[in-house]
Design a protein around this ligand. Structure first.
Ligand code: EPZ
Length: 417
């Protein structure tokens, strides 16, 4: 049976905990190493399953990867293969981030279509339309995207919707295109801005990082660089909810408060006590949270990656809350499991209505996707009695040593094989 986490709930968490580097910034940063023949040094790569998968993928493409303390050096002196195989892409959709860099650097790419995942269909049509605008020839064959371009040419691209990895793929491709590329309706997530900072350190010319309008002046080639990855705002938000939901007193450090402003605003609305410093946030949990409605939206709105974690807190609130999930079509997988712990949640399409209950009961539950598993851990920390979260490999994709961090705050939690 896959590893699981055993949690004895009801312990108020206390103390300080540091946030790790962001998974969703580390993955594009690793892919960016394909854009140069020189080494790219990342100072603080988080030890996550998805990072290991991306590293393995890069090695199949010709990268040599060396651990350097808490960091990593990746060098693609020569692209040896342009194939991102289905068995890797199907386990991690972010593999699609090698598409843009491969076409830009190597002139061709064969990337398996990611297929759906637990939270939704998640097509990549915007990635492909943008690459075609940059002059790539795109065909779909046997479940693979085959993209070719002798030299990409700058273009004006307006994506039909905001896409984080779509923006990242197109920004990386445009960095080596001939001429200027304009990307409108670009994603503004901090991870996109962090990638732009790495690309700039490599010699790319990018204006507007972090805004909806990116202007990229293509250059003939990029150099190596050293980069420190931005802290993980979703892990930070998850740890803040852990302090709040256990009526604890926790200081989360090494984060960028600005990147969690929507989450902090919502926690405040729920009656959570907050103190915000330059690189830390102190959270004190209320006796009982207040109900609050939330609608997910692209950054700087409330992040979909925090929706399940907040719902767990709303499940204990004094009143009724409404959650509207606008980004993914099936991101309520945690609801059925929370209900088994006593939560009262009704879903109808993109809307969930939560009627707060005084407390959760511990129960054996099953993780289904990365953030749903985080929500179940949070519920277990608050519940009376024992909770066993199975299939914790979902958690390992995006949280570095989460149980160790929580145990250091006093949680009674341990991993069982
Ligand atoms: C990124 O996924 C993140 N992953 C996700 O985090 C995050 O939930 C998501 O952005 C939204 O913030 C990484 O950065 C590696 P999108 P991504 O393209 O880029 C639709 C986590 O838990 N869409 O912004 O795949 C898509 O179906 C993960 O860490 C198209 O229709 O998300 C979705 O409904 C989960 N066509 C919406 O847009 C496209 O070509 C947003 O997707 C692209 C996307």
């Amino acid at each position: 049976m896959a590893a699981r986490l055993e949690i004895e709930g009801g312990v108020p968490l206390r103390g300080r905990v540091a946030v790790s580097a962001a998974k969703n910034a580390a993955l594009p940063a690793l892919a960016a190493a394909l854009l140069t023949s020189e080494p790219v040094r990342l100072a603080n790569v988080p030890a996550l399953a998805d990072v290991a998968t991306m590293t393995r993928l890069l090695e199949t493409l010709g990268a040599s990867v060396a651990g350097e303390g808490a960091g990593m050096a990746v060098r693609v002196e020569r692209v040896r293969s342009d194939v991102a195989p289905y068995e890797l892409v199907s386990t991690m959709r972010a593999s699609v981030l090698v598409l843009g860099p491969l076409v830009a650097r190597h002139g061709s790419a064969r990337v398996a279509l990611p297929g759906g995942c637990a939270i939704g269909v998640r097509p990549i049509d915007q990635h492909l339309k943008g690459l075609a605008k940059l002059g790539a020839e795109i065909v779909i064959e046997n479940g693979y995207v085959i993209a070719r371009a002798s030299r990409l040419k700058g273009a004006r691209i307006t994506t039909d919707l905001v896409t984080v990895t779509g923006t990242e793929n197109l920004m990386m491709a445009a960095a080596l295109a001939e001429g200027t590329t304009l990307i409108e309706n670009a994603a503004r997530e901090p991870e996109v801005a962090d990638l732009a900072a790495l690309l700039a350190a490599m010699g790319a010319r990018i204006e507007g990082a972090g805004t909806a309008r990116l202007e990229i002046e293509g250059v003939p080639e990029l150099a190596g660089a050293t980069h420190r990855i931005v802290p993980d705002r979703i892990e930070a938000g998850t740890l803040l909810v852990a302090g709040a939901i256990t009526r604890g007193d926790v200081t989360v450090t090494d984060l960028v408060p600005d990147h969690v402003s929507a989450v902090l605003a919502k926690l405040e609305e729920c009656g959570v006590g907050l103190e915000v410093g330059p690189t830390w946030v102190r959270v004190r949990g209320p006796e009982r949270p207040r109900a609050a409605d939330v609608t997910t939206s692209p950054y700087p709105g409330f992040p979909t990656d925090m929706q399940a974690q907040l719902m767990t807190l709303q499940g204990l609130a004094d009143g009724q809350s409404r959650v509207t999930e606008t980004i993914f079509e099936n991101r309520f997988m945690h609801v059925a499991e929370l209900a088994r712990m006593g939560a009262r949640i009704e879903t109808d399409g993109a809307i969930a209505v939560i009627r707060g209950v005084p407390g959760y009961q511990g129960a054996p539950v099953m993780a289904s996707d990365l953030r749903a598993s985080a929500a179940l851990v949070l519920a277990g920390l608050a519940a009376a009695g024992r909770t066993s979260v199975a299939r914790v490999y979902h958690l390992d994709r995006g949280y570095e040593r989460l149980e160790a961090k929580l145990a250091a705050l006093g949680a009674r939690i341990e991993r069982r094989a």
